[in-house]
Ligand binder design. Structure first.
Ligand code: PDD
Length: 285
């Protein structure tokens, strides 16, 4: 049975109990993180924690836990669940009040939860063997603060489900200008004529750690040109390659969009080159 962390203690998951008045449960009033670890080594630990602290500041959740305290919790759940390849999930909610009332309660202690789930080993950066993802597309109907990694994920869940019910791995989202934002649980990139292009980081997308690590690695390497700008859905449909990125998928190549082939319908060479660089450099973040 998996061992989780809840409010200062490690325990078997079936002993972890949270009040029904917890605002994470009632309102989705919380922040979360997912941090991947391969062979016990995390990817992007500090940027993930910084994003979590930014999210807490953005919604006014205060906690006494320091970065070192969080690191101990992360190491604890990893070790107690056998190390190896794990996705570490962290969540902090505003805590449990004595009643259901929208305003932030005074003097409540945030609820802090962490668990580690086994994840698959990283895939090889090989276009011939990589699985191509299939995506649908739909208008982005989430809220206007998508930069906050909020536990209130109903908008994302409904979008993901729409794609999933159509047999897709993900669903790409576009705003009312018909520009790409991101996917329901990942960031999105396109490749055109050898250039990698991804939407601007603003309130319409999550500041994905995988996205940022890839951008940083590509910029440092310099062999693949990168552009960060608005991308119309027409460009997406005419792209040579599409990728989606997240802590659990790393860099996934998309080969089908709304039932049509992306480019020549095969996993592309720019994906392979970029993913090789990512695989070689990811543990430095
Ligand atoms: N999803 N955009 C959205 C809406 C996301 O939910 C995620 C991550 C990303 C990618 O962020 P990162 O590279 O930091 O994982 C982008 C996580 C993994 C989840 O909810 O399970």
């Amino acid at each position: 049975m998996s061992i989780v962390y809840l409010n200062g203690q490690f325990m078997p998951i079936d002993e972890a109990k949270i009040s029904p008045l917890d605002r994470g449960f009632l309102f989705g009033d919380g922040i979360y993180e997912v941090i991947p670890a391969y062979d016990g080594k995390t990817v992007g630990l500090e940027p993930h924690m910084q994003r979590m602290f930014d999210g807490m500041a953005a919604i006014g959740i205060k906690s006494e836990l320091t970065l070192d305290d969080w690191k101990q919790i992360i190491e604890g759940v990893m070790e107690k669940n056998g190390g190896g390849n794990q996705g570490i999930y962290l969540q902090i909610s505003r805590g449990a009040d004595v009643k259901r009332y929208h305003a932030f309660p005074e003097g409540v202690t945030p609820t802090i939860f962490a668990m580690a789930n086994p994840i698959k080993p990283a895939v090889e950066a090989n276009a011939a063997t990589a699985k191509g993802f299939s995506v649908a597309t739909t208008q982005d109907l989430r809220w206007q603060r998508c930069q906050i990694k909020s536990t209130a994920l109903l908008g994302n869940v409904l979008h993901f489900q729409q794609g999933y019910e159509g047999g897709n791995d993900e669903i790409l989202l576009y705003n009312d200008q018909d520009n790409l934002t991101e996917a329901s649980s990942s960031n999105a990139f396109i490749v055109k004529d050898g250039k990698v292009i991804t939407p601007i980081q603003d309130n319409q997308i999550l500041p994905g750690i995988t996205r940022n690590i890839i951008l940083s690695i590509l910029e440092k390497d310099g062999s693949i040109p990168v552009e960060v700008r608005d991308i119309s859905m027409e460009e997406v449909r005419n792209a040579d390659e599409i990728w989606v990125t997240s802590s659990s998928k790393e860099l996934a190549p998309v080969t089908t969009i709304d039932g049509q082939a992306v480019g020549n319908g095969k996993v592309g060479p720019v994906w392979e080159a970029a993913f090789k660089l990512y695989t070689a450099g990811k543990f430095e973040y």
